[in-house]
Ligand binder design. Structure first.
Ligand code: SF4
Ligand code: ZN
Length: 325
């Protein structure tokens, strides 16, 4: 940022701040795991997640680090089904599957359309399959894929934030209207959608981070989203680290995540989850990290509000001072 005190956060600026990508194998997903999730029916069930290796997303959002495990060029037709087959052989049988590709499933340069049928047959034993997609790439292709599938298709969309200036600075190249139209299209075709919502993106104070995450949940549900996932924003992609150095970004704290999760669940408009990956990054108190993490997991799984953690360090630790009750 020293070269320009008022930079435009466009592709050029963001790409110039990147480090190296990780080395990936186009015939293998870069990760896979099982997690528990409360399903729409209210049951807590295992969900397999396969993180597919494919060409990087054509959008370059300011806060995104998903490019790290992508290829520069499209993977050849057949590679994505090979990756899915390979991962399914490693994973225990479960009913629900997320196919996350660090971008948009319906970006044909990421997932070739000619692979849809093979993918559909490989995943025919699941009850639900969830893919992710940029709202601007939601179109008839979703229906083509849906019509090949035995499992129910659900689609995750990044809303990020409804703060108008921040959304524009994130370089997502999406308006709130684009988001609502995508959700409307999916609802019209009976496809359930979930929204990723950022907690404290750059240019927001702690209080603004909470306020705008809550407003974003409101907007998502009012648009017809079925489920919201709150993602605490982190540095690590180059651009975000620079913003952090210059005071334009500070990561949220675990208390803010608890506050927004409590708000979202309290609305009773749909499922609301907090992302629990690497929560130690967001805590400054080792005494209560485990109990706060357990509280968040319990709230995620049961969709009820659990009493606030009372930490013995209450008067001194940042996380604990910030407790809302
Ligand atoms: S659209 Fe999603 S995957 Fe693509 S750059 Fe933005 S956040 Fe990352
Ligand atoms: Zn504490």
């Amino acid at each position: 940022m020293s070269e320009n005190s008022n930079p435009v956060f466009d592709d050029k600026w963001i790409l110039a701040k990147r480090g190296q990508k990780n080395s990936v194998d186009p015939q293998k997903p870069y990760s896979w795991l099982i997690e528990k999730e409360r399903t729409m029916s209210g049951k807590i069930e295992d969900v397999a997640i396969i993180f597919l290796t494919n060409r990087e997303c054509p959008f370059h959002c300011l806060m995104c680090d998903l490019w790290k495990n992508t290829t520069d060029e499209s993977v050849s037709p057949g590679s994505i089904p090979n990756q899915i087959e390979w991962a399914l052989n490693q994973l225990p049988p479960v009913k629900h599957l997320k196919l996350y590709n660090s971008g948009s499933f319906f970006d044909e340069r990421a997932i070739p359309k000619e692979d849809y049928q093979k993918i559909a047959s490989l995943i025919s034993s699941f009850e639900t399959v969830i893919v992710e997609c940029h709202p601007k790439l939601i179109n008839e292709k979703c229906l083509v894929f849906r019509d090949m599938l035995k499992p129910e298709l659900q689609i995750a969309l990044g809303l990020e934030t409804v703060h108008p200036e921040t959304l524009s600075k994130l370089n997502k190249q999406m308006t709130l209207d684009d988001f609502s139209k995508a959700v409307g299209f999916l609802n019209k075709h009976s496809i359930k959608s979930r929204a990723f919502i950022l907690l404290r993106p750059p240019f927001q104070s702690k209080e603004e981070g909470i306020y705008w995450a809550e407003k974003s949940i409101d907007f998502a549900f009012n648009s017809g989203i079925e489920c919201c996932i709150i993602i605490p924003v982190r540095a690590g992609n180059g651009a975000m680290d620079l913003l952090r150095e210059h005071g334009s970004f500070s990561p949220p704290d675990i208390n803010s995540l608890e506050t927004v999760l409590k708000y979202g669940i309290g609305l009773n408009k749909g499922r609301v989850f907090a992302d629990t990956w690497d929560l130690e990054q967001f805590s400054s108190c080792n005494d209560c990290l485990d109990s706060r993490t357990s509280r968040i997991i319990e709230m995620n799984l049961n969709q009820w509000v659990v009493g606030r953690v009372k930490c013995k360090c209450k008067a001194t630790c940042d996380s604990c001072q910030a407790a809302e009750d």
